[in-house]
Design a protein around this ligand. Sequence first.
Ligand SMILES: [Zn+2]
Length: 307
Amino acid sequence: MSAPLSADQLLTVLRAEGVHVVEHAGWRTHNRNHKGPWGPMHGITIHHTAGRSSLGLVYEGTADLPGPLCHTHLAKDGTATMISAGRANHAGTFAQNAYDAAVSESSTHPRPDSAEPVDGNSHFYGIEIENLGDGKDPYPAVQYEAAVRWAAAICRAHHWTADSVIGHKEGTRRKIDPSFDMGKFRRDVAARLKTQPAGSGSSSSAPPRPTVDLSKLIAAAKSNPPAKGTPVTYDGVKTVEDALVKEGLLARKYADGHYGTATKDAMSAWQERCGFHGRKPGQPADGIPGLITLTKLGKRRGFDVKE
Ligand SMILES: [Zn+2]
């Protein structure tokens, strides 16, 4: 789910979330994809414009910083104008620790390091919220609520949690935007994500959320592959396999509750995707589940992890 949303997909998910969306002429093909990569997507960056009447500016940019300067411009009245569906000049470079926190959906977002090796523009969606950014100019409720819904819509589409959302000031020391508290903003996005968007089914029929016991899963991962036949030693394996299938890492036929070599390889691929590798250089991740990677899989695919 880390491929960028298309222009049509963006419109669909934002409107389903109740955002009042309008389309800037030419926005579908207005991007900087010729200047660098766009995707895989890892998060969302929130900005304030630090000015008024900024719609034209965020579309065109400046001589020094060509547009588009965001994906969406959010006016004071809550109108979200689509500016780009591709690479945009909004994030610039990010600190590694800030980037890692967003990618791993950490509940803590550290003060960014001064070194900034990450190209934020290739991995983050950006919204420019019209505000003077002086700490005095208010964000009208209709505008703030639209920003929450905008972020929630994209998180929902990617199966991200609210911890994939960072302020520009959390990605780099160079910036102070947005001028509101990002902890509160993430809590508001998380609350929004617990509701159902318009057009989706009722949540009352949703099955209970499963819990996977990490130690039982590890025992299965160690004992199942060398065992005779395809024994199922722990039923939580099936929950994890279904999640790996949804991630595109495991063929459906191997989601059988048996933690065999296919499941181990799929878990190894998931660990690699999370940035973990084997103990020696060039060696793949071991495919024995660990707390960080399993928790991340559960957050994305709907299960909890018990240590
Ligand atoms: Zn910014």
